[in-house]
Design a binder for this molecule. Structure first.
Ligand code: NAG
Ligand code: NAG
Length: 272
């Protein structure tokens, strides 16, 4: 993974130097921390003003006057000031949520020139692709598919967990529904749901439970469902048979290395 990451950074840096309009795609797992790259190619004595947007609206701003954060990103985003002074305007996004994706949402950062405050300039466009949360469970065990909705505008929580179009579990207040094949095995406890936790408890896991589970919540004012979580559950028979994690860290990954060398070569070629 490290090598893959390094060459993605390299390709990103390379593409960026050819054309500032190029889009960079960054993928991240739910719950992880991701850096959306950005570079001002300048060193500053005073903190420059940098603003990040997504396709819905404002996300984060840092200037010499401090920071401004959209409430939906409270405590999750930052542009470290020391990095910004070095011209590094990358946005650090912590605890990535499925809602940060929004089908390849485009993040745009604008740099407001100090001498001309009206002028906004696109510096970087990044597409963030959020992958499903990965969980594996042993046959017969109880597993918790994590989910949190506390940042959503909801009064009466109404949650639905489903696989494709098939309902696994649904709860609205005291009323709940368990899908076919899940009778007596699934729940989102009412008190947890009221606290902002929509995690699904799945008991006595069987091999056929392996699937991509999605959870949606009905938002109060629009009465529409919004996707809250996407979890890929894999099931293993016993600990010995558990699938090995791909070990990209150790050893050389030849296809990756080849792409890396190729991209270096292309970079050299195009930047002349
Ligand atoms: C830019 O800042 C980000 C976030 O602080 C950091 O992860 C990254 O390594 C920095 N990049 C460079 C080239 O220093
Ligand atoms: C667990 O599920 C299996 C079928 O997959 C069933 O035979 C068994 O009785 C269940 N165990 C419990 C404790 O419900």
């Amino acid at each position: 993974m490290t090598l893959l990451y390094i060459y993605i950074l390299w390709v990103a840096a390379c593409v960026d130097s050819i054309s500032a309009d190029s889009h960079i795609t960054v993928s991240a797992r739910v719950g992880s921390t991701v850096v959306l790259p950005c570079n001002l190619r300048n060193v500053f004595t005073k903190t420059p003003r940098v603003r990040w947007h997504n396709d819905v609206g404002f996300v984060f701003e840092r200037s010499s006057g401090g920071t401004q954060i959209d409430p939906g990103y409270e405590g999750r985003v930052d542009i470290p000031e020391n990095e910004l002074r070095k011209g590094n305007c990358s946005l650090v996004l912590k605890n990535v949520r499925i809602t940060d994706d929004g089908a390849y949402r485009s993040f745009v950062v604008e740099y407001v020139d100090r001498t001309n405050t009206d002028k906004m300039q696109d510096i970087s466009r990044v597409k963030l692709s959020v992958d499903a949360f990965q969980i594996s469970a042993q046959v017969g065990s109880t597993v918790l598919l994590p989910c949190e909705w506390s940042d959503l505008p909801i009064q009466t929580p109404h949650v639905e967990w489903y696989i494709d179009s098939e309902t696994v579990f649904e709860r609205k207040g005291k009323e709940s529904f368990q899908g076919e094949g899940y009778e007596g095995r699934v729940d989102v406890p009412e008190d947890e749901l009221l606290k902002g936790i929509c995690s699904l408890v799945l008991k006595n896991v069987s091999a056929t439970d392996a699937a991509v589970y999605r959870s949606s919540m009905v938002v109060t004012h629009t009465k529409k469902s919004v996707l809250v979580q996407k979890v890929e559950l894999s099931v293993y028979e016993n600990p010995e048979k558990r699938e090995e994690e791909p070990s990209g860290e150790a050893g050389i990954n030849w296809p990756h290395l080849l792409i890396f060398i190729l991209s270096l070569f292309m970079c050299f070629l195009f930047s002349r």
